[in-house]
Write a protein that binds this ligand. Structure first.
Ligand code: ATP
Ligand code: MG
Length: 360
């Protein structure tokens, strides 16, 4: 919950791969922001969960993970995954071990093209891509239901059961309509696949229609997920807020990030909109082992995630200042390799700190 004292305690969970590089960069810029603005105080506490922790303790997180995180106002997370641990072990061991029990059911991913950077879409103007992706974060294909039988036999069978509940769909749909109602275009696109998935996604469609009645100011439409990929490429300006299932939005948000310029700038907020539990903020990208330790990771996705965190805590002005600093630095052409530049992580970090100081 936002603390009236403007005094925040943040759990920092850098974890694996480039996570520690981008999280420490983000802590640096947020500390600079706090020192310069003097309107809030923030203290980061390092939590060593991740693959090294797993190798030592046989588990990715502390046994009382929820009690630990409930001692903070929010968490800033890096990325999880290592080359020598199967991805499903690390992902379920850390990130999904937090998202589910804390009921961080709304995963919010703003996407836009920064000044000084370019969409790979030749025809797109910078302003064409300005989206807010809302990913259902607690059920669907990621609910963890399923299993394997006849292991090792030719007739071995695995099931992956997608779970959709009225409560789960309704709360994310309300969240998405509410988000759309606060944006200039006031438009929502509901992504489904209700032609072939005839139970869960038909329920999804029905609930979209009923919730829409409570939001007369929002225009909305429905897209099948396959057709949606075409629309994102061919008519990006027709989109505003987009809501979809856990799996669909996982995929569409990588596409969205790439269309906006790079996955290296894409932020995400894992929110408990009821504010009972502290929310978690993280870049969309993964641990990126191909560039780990080289000092070239783009820290902007984590800067933007930290800005979203500040906004969620109630520090709107700090959020705006951080985003302006990042935009100004991009506009000057201080860009990492993924955005076509030659700057290192530390160059971008220093430039953003300097810009924060200049903005005052
Ligand atoms: P995950 O399974 O955790 O989503 P992934 O294997 O899908 O991870 P990512 O780590 O997201 O992969 O990286 C995909 C590609 O994008 C990699 O080639 C990586 O180098 C690049 N990339 C990811 N994050 C960044 C970043 N912050 N800066 C620059 N390049 C990045
Ligand atoms: Mg990925």
């Amino acid at each position: 919950a936002p603390s009236k004292s403007h005094n925040y305690r943040i759990a920092s969970i850098p974890a694996d791969g480039i996570g520690p590089e981008v999280v420490s960069a983000a802590i640096e810029v947020v500390n600079k922001l706090a020192q310069t603005m003097k309107t809030f105080k923030i203290e980061f506490t390092h939590i060593p969960w991740g693959t090294d922790y797993y190798k030592k303790h046989g588990r990715y997180v502390d046994e009382n993970v929820l009690d630990v995180l409930r001692g903070y106002d929010a968490s800033l997370f890096g990325s999880v995954g290592a080359p020598d641990v199967p991805d499903h072990i690390s992902l379920w061991g850390l990130l999904l071990a937090i998202r589910g029990p804390l009921q961080l059911y709304a995963n919010v991913r703003p996407v836009r093209t920064f000044p000084g950077t370019q969409s790979p879409l030749r025809s797109a103007k910078a302003s064409d891509i300005d989206w807010l992706l809302v990913r259902e974060n607690s059920e669907g294909e990621y609910a963890g239901h399923g299993g394997r039988s006849h292991v090792g036999q030719p007739w071995e069978t695995a099931t992956e059961v997608a779970i959709f509940t009225r409560v789960g769909i309704e709360r994310i749909m309300r969240f998405a309509f509410t988000a759309a109602s606060t944006r200039p275009k006031r438009h929502l696109t509901v992504v489904t696949k209700s032609n072939s998935l005839r139970y869960g996604l038909v329920l999804w469609d029905e609930i979209a229609l009923s919730v829409s009645k409570d939001f007369p100011s929002v225009t909305w439409d429905k897209m099948l997920v396959d057709a949606m990929t075409i629309r994102m490429v061919q008519n990006p300006a027709s989109l505003d807020v987009i809501v979809g299932t856990n799996l669909h939005m996982d995929i569409l948000s990588d596409l969205a990030a790439a269309l906006a310029g790079s996955i290296g700038v894409a932020p995400s907020s894992n929110l408990d909109p009821t504010r009972k539990n502290p929310s978690l903020f993280e870049p969309v990208h993964g641990s990126a082992f191909d560039i780990t330790g080289k000092g070239v990771a783009n820290p902007v996705a984590t800067f933007w995630s930290a800005a979203e965190m500040l906004g969620w805590l109630g520090e709107e002005e700090a959020k705006e200042k951080l985003m302006r600093a990042v935009e100004n630095v991009c506009e000057k052409g201080i860009l990492t390799k993924d955005l076509g530049g030659t700057a290192m992580t530390k160059d971008v970090t220093k430039a953003v700190c300097d810009e924060i100081e200049r903005l005052g």
